[in-house]
Design a protein around this ligand. Structure first.
Ligand code: MG
Length: 386
């Protein structure tokens, strides 16, 4: 009989976290939930705790953690704050950590999971984009693995079988184009949070939905694929495919082309990453005769400048880190109504232009730059709204 693995979810009340628990509640075997966590949705956390009986929970927001503790009904340990997320990621009895929190803040807990040699099922993309080279070094040192759940990375993971080889001619990542695919440049500039959060094909959290509208998400995925599969950047191509049926393609030098296709539902790549290949859900299968045409087009970088800005940031040593953190701050300001949609790329571009390159390296420098970029981006936003 297969050993039951301990599994903790960082971000269990978010979209990927909820889908993971939905799969586990139906799969019945293979995993035992050891840890759950939320930012501050303790109402849902309480329900999840009741259903899955974890030993640990982590609550990012300290006030919510105090409130959860005062309820006094949870027999396990309650961690709080960012350190609490790190503790949950490295807790004993856990073999697999699902990293389903969004944003740059995931970096420390992600690192903590790797350094405790947990297998990481990765839904967050910012951490790998910020410090890909250092993270992959740690993955080798601690002899662990990262299994992607992002649909595009999952597609490449299935197609490349974990390894890029020289005979690969091109690796394609598809992009739905987001809600503004056919909008004019001016209309996109002043799009509201309400317009932005209406994604045509995927149901996701707010941060990634905004990133999907600016196409920052796609630029992050290019960088992520580069680190995860060791694919040279010039071999990765993004193609707009509004139907979101094909998620990734690999073309070999002799012309053979393979595509990974499935309905745009995150439960499919999540169950694949969990190794639950026999998991069957009839509502997730595809009826080809009812599909319309599948279409493909290039990204219009003039209307979606953030894609080009983030890819261009690769020219700077820590460019992707600065772009990721600045984008986090800008998206947050946009969602709060502080800046316009079209100002998100402006903030990222300004942050990249104002932070100087330094010869320093290593984790200390990464964390220093993370804080510095946060501060600089806030100042840029204050300057914009004056
Ligand atoms: Mg994706």
């Amino acid at each position: 009989m297969r050993k039951t693995k301990g599994l903790a979810i960082l971000g269990s009340t978010g979209s990927v976290g909820r889908s993971t628990l939905d799969i586990l509640s139906k799969a019945k075997e293979g995993f035992n939930v050891t840890g759950l966590s939320t930012n501050k949705n303790i109402t849902l956390l309480k329900e999840q705790v009741k259903q899955f009986s974890p030993k640990f929970v982590a609550i990012r927001d300290s006030l919510s953690a105090d409130e959860f503790r005062s309820l006094n009904s949870f027999p396990g340990k309650v961690f709080s704050g960012l350190e609490g997320m790190e503790e949950l990621a490295s807790a004993r009895g856990t073999d697999v950590v699902v990293m389903a929190i969004s944003g740059a803040e995931a970096l420390k807990p992600f690192l903590s999971a790797i350094r405790s040699s947990k297998t990481v099922i990765l839904a967050n993309k910012e951490a790998l984009v910020m410090a890909g080279s250092l993270i992959m070094e740690e993955v080798r040192r601690y002899k662990t693995r990262i299994l992607p759940v992002d649909s595009e990375q999952s597609a490449l993971f299935q197609l490349l079988d974990d390894a890029y080889t020289e005979d690969v001619h091109k690796v394609y990542i598809t992009c739905s184009g987001g809600p503004f695919l056919n909008w004019s440049k001016d209309k996109i500039y002043s799009a509201s949070p309400g317009d932005t959060l209406k994604h045509p094909t995927w149901q996701m959290g707010k941060k990634i939905t905004v990133d999907s509208a600016t196409l920052a998400n796609k630029a992050f995925e290019v960088i992520e694929a580069h680190w995860l599969f060791n694919v040279p950047l010039d071999k990765i191509k993004v193609v707009i495919h509004p139907q979101s049926l094909i998620h990734g393609m690999v073309e070999y030098s002799d012309g053979r082309l393979f595509a990974s296709m499935h309905k745009p539902d995150m439960r499919i790549p999540i169950s694949y990453a969990l190794g639950l290949k026999s998991f069957s859900r009839e509502d997730l299968t595809t009826d080809f005769t009812s599909l319309g045409p599948l279409t493909f087009q290039d990204i219009d970088e003039d209307r979606f400048p953030l894609f080009r800005i983030i890819i261009g940031s690769l020219k700077l040593k820590n460019g992707p880190l600065i772009a990721t953190v600045a984008n986090d701050i800008a998206v947050d300001a946009f969602l709060k109504g502080v800046i316009k949609f079209g100002q998100i790329p402006e903030v990222v571009f300004a942050a990249l232009s104002s932070i100087e390159e330094e010869p320093r390296e290593g984790w200390e420098h990464i964390f220093y730059l993370q804080d510095k970029t946060k501060q600089v981006s806030q100042e840029i936003i204050e300057g914009l709204i004056k």
